[in-house]
Design a protein. Structure first.
Length: 149
């Protein structure tokens, strides 16, 4: 009887451990079991997309308002075209706002931060940011500093 109780307790402990690993993997990968809410898509063109990646964070004033859905090369301008899915609840982003690639911490993940403008008109589905600021390339800065440029 004691042997069977021990096996049941060990089995429940193993199931709880696997469930904890699954939740941790979902959190680290940025995936969610919740269905996504309503969103609209806006675009930004960067000279250098740096280390941003699909499913990366889009924030405004430090608050996450969306995710990066796609990164591709615009064959006309040879710039990185970044598609962002913004939560539908954030529908008043001024059209003169700027999209800036920032790094969280010294060597942390890169994300897109939206610097709010002052225009009366708002960005709508399919619009693009007029002003962007590309990622700071740390290797290029060190190389320029070392070569004296």
């Amino acid at each position: 009887m004691t042997h069977r109780t021990t096996e049941i307790i060990v089995g429940m402990f193993m199931v709880a451990g696997f469930a904890a690993l699954l939740v941790l993997a979902l959190k680290v990968s940025g995936l969610s079991l919740n269905p996504p809410g309503d969103t609209y898509t806006v675009y930004a063109h960067f000279n250098d997309a740096g280390g941003i990646a699909p499913r990366g964070r889009v924030s405004m004033a430090g608050v996450s308002i969306g995710r990066i859905s796609d990164i591709s090369l615009d064959k006309q301008t040879f710039k990185a075209r970044v598609a962002m899915e913004i939560d539908a609840s954030v529908d008043t982003i001024p059209e003169d706002s700027a999209a800036v690639i920032r790094t969280s911490g010294l060597l942390g993940d890169q994300y897109i931060d939206i610097s709010v403008g002052g225009a009366q008109e708002s960005l709508a589905d399919g619009d693009s940011f007029y002003e962007t600021q590309s990622a700071m390339n740390l290797e290029r800065l060190i190389s320029n500093f070392a070569s004296g440029r």
